[in-house]
Design a protein around this ligand. Structure first.
Ligand SMILES: Cc1cc2nc3c(=O)[nH]c(=O)nc-3n(C[C@H](O)[C@H](O)[C@H](O)COP(=O)(O)OP(=O)(O)OC[C@H]3O[C@@H](n4cnc5c(N)ncnc54)[C@H](O)[C@@H]3O)c2cc1C
Length: 469
């Protein structure tokens, strides 16, 4: 997924930088209520740092927005000055799509407001919230909606690509719970998209990623949630054959109140391990104990850390595994068939990892999320399946051997991969990969793109090309 090549030198990026007049920048700086960074401003390097420390891009301008109006001004400025434009919420896309080299970044990372309506069980939330912050804002109300599995991801990107996680079995994907968006389209207009306002845009935004506008506020449906019964069961990697097969079948057939994920990783003090995680999010923890009994008993676990906890605790569990600023290189695919040989190949790939920070992560797609029609939203991959990420991680150096592991292990799994992957696990992919992700929805998306962004201003994403008019 990550196409990042050797780092571009500072000298060469400065030479390539378009000549922006100081007066134009000063006018923009004065007009916005947020903060503007250029390469000579203090704070510029911190403002361009991403989750993936391997990415080193140098935008010409970073507009750190406070309001929707700031985002509109930023888009108009980028268009007037012919600058490539990127959108940043949490900065977690592994390929660094949030940063346009020599371009303008519409940075929403500090837009973190939430307005909860406990009676209607809805929230308006800004996209710069991390999932951790979003959940922390909802927890005092005893309310929740579907989120991704780890706390660091930005709400903006996680939502717009689709959003899979612990509660998708019960409540569907994140997009299945969106009621409305506020956004700035590529022409600089502020719009609302919902079932009744710009319904075409509303359909496209639910899974269409950053293609259709800069989203500045999102309204979600919420649900009551008390404690969950959740945590991990740890197996030695060399004894993971049976647990892995069990995990696959259990996850795809689990009751809606159960969500799962797993990783082949190297927890400190444990060594190479297969870590199975589960979350029971029903109303009766006793029922959860019964539903998870088999999950906890398969094989010979080294540790069983499943217990009642707050949902926020579960979300925090994965944060230490993928901290901000480490070097990452991710590849990903959809597992085609649960053929036995695929499991053996996966375990071989995991055993061949070259870094304790590298992992293979298994994300099941199950439950209510699979019962939404493939054409009900832009997200088309509605059948039960597994998305698998081979994530190389390392702390120092060029990372060549770790990148080679990710590429080689991806090639090893190619016979078991199907065409078409969840866009949030992609980088800046080729058109045929994006078409495969959207299947029959692509043509409709391309037509909507032609209506709202005919010049493809928003193209630093899993790009949908505007249909020829
Ligand atoms: C460690 C890790 C764990 C993950 N786990 C999960 C998981 O459990 N479930 C899941 O579904 N995904 C998961 N992901 C994928 C994650 O959802 C995507 O990387 C997502 O894009 C991150 O959102 P962000 O706002 O941080 O992204 P950013 O890097 O800020 O943005 C990425 C892209 O999203 C688009 N975008 C972001 N915000 C906006 C906006 N406000 N308006 C318009 N376009 C926007 C833009 O195209 C932008 O280039 C994981 C990723 C990582 C790195």
């Amino acid at each position: 997924m990550n196409e990042e090549k050797p780092l571009v030198s500072m000298q060469s990026t400065l030479e390539m930088q378009p000549k922006l007049k100081a007066s134009a920048l000063n006018s923009l700086r004065a007009a916005i209520s947020g903060v503007l960074f250029t390469p000579t401003d203090p704070g510029y390097d911190a403002a361009r740092a991403l989750w993936n420390g391997y990415i080193d891009r140098r935008p010409a301008v970073i507009v750190r927005c406070r309001t929707t109006q700031d985002a509109a001004l930023a888009i108009r400025f980028a268009r007037e000055h012919g600058l490539p434009l990127s959108i940043r919420s949490g900065g977690h896309n592994g390929a660094g799509l949030a940063l346009a080299d020599n371009g303008l970044v519409v940075d929403l990372s500090q837009m973190k407001q939430t307005i909860v309506d406990p009676q209607q069980r809805t929230v308006w939330a800004e996209p710069g919230l991390t999932l951790r912050e979003f959940v922390a804002a909802l927890e005092p109300f005893g309310l929740i909606t579907t989120t991704g599995t780890c706390g660091g991801n930005g709400l903006g990107g996680a939502t717009l690509g689709g959003g899979i996680g612990w509660l998708m079995g019960r409540y569907g994907m994140i997009i299945d719970n969106v009621l409305a968006f506020e956004l700035v389209t590529a022409d600089g207009q502020v719009r609302r998209a919902s079932a009744t306002e710009h319904p075409d845009l509303f359909w496209a935004l639910r899974g269409g990623g950053g293609n259709f506008g800069v989203v500045t506020r999102i309204q979600y449906q919420l649900y009551p949630l008390g404690q969950v019964l959740a945590g991990m069961v740890v197996h030695a990697l060399d004894k993971a054959g049976d647990p892995l097969r069990f995990f696959h079948d259990y996850s795809l057939n689990a009751p809606d109140v159960i969500g799962t994920m797993a990783s082949m990783a190297t927890p400190p003090q444990v060594g190479p391990a297969f870590v199975m995680m589960a979350c029971y999010a029903g109303d009766d923890l006793g029922e959860g104990e019964r539903m998870l009994a088999g999950f906890r008993q398969v094989g010979s676990p080294l540790a069983d850390l499943i217990r009642p906890m707050a949902y926020s605790e579960l979300l925090a569990m994965l944060d230490p595994v993928a901290p901000d600023g480490r070097n990452y290189y991710d590849t990903a695919y959809t597992l085609r068939q649960p053929v036995d040989a695929a499991f053996d190949a996966l375990l071989e790939c995991a055993a061949a990892r070259t870094s304790p920070f590298s992992s293979i992560v298994l994300h099941p797609f199950q439950g209510a999320a699979t019962r939404v029609a493939p054409d009900a939203t832009a997200f088309a991959l509605r059948e039960p399946h597994f998305a698998i990420v081979h994530a190389a991680g390392w702390e120092a150096g060029s990372g060549e051997e770790h990148i080679a592991w990710a590429d080689t292990s991806l090639a090893r799994m190619a016979p078991y991969a199907s065409h078409g992957l969840y866009v949030n696990f992609m980088g800046h992919e080729e058109e045929d990969e994006v078409r495969a992700a959207y299947r029959a929805n692509y043509a409709r998306l391309a037509a909507i793109k032609a209506k709202y962004d005919p010049e493809n201003v928003l193209q630093l994403n899993q790009n949908i090309k505007p249909a020829a008019m």
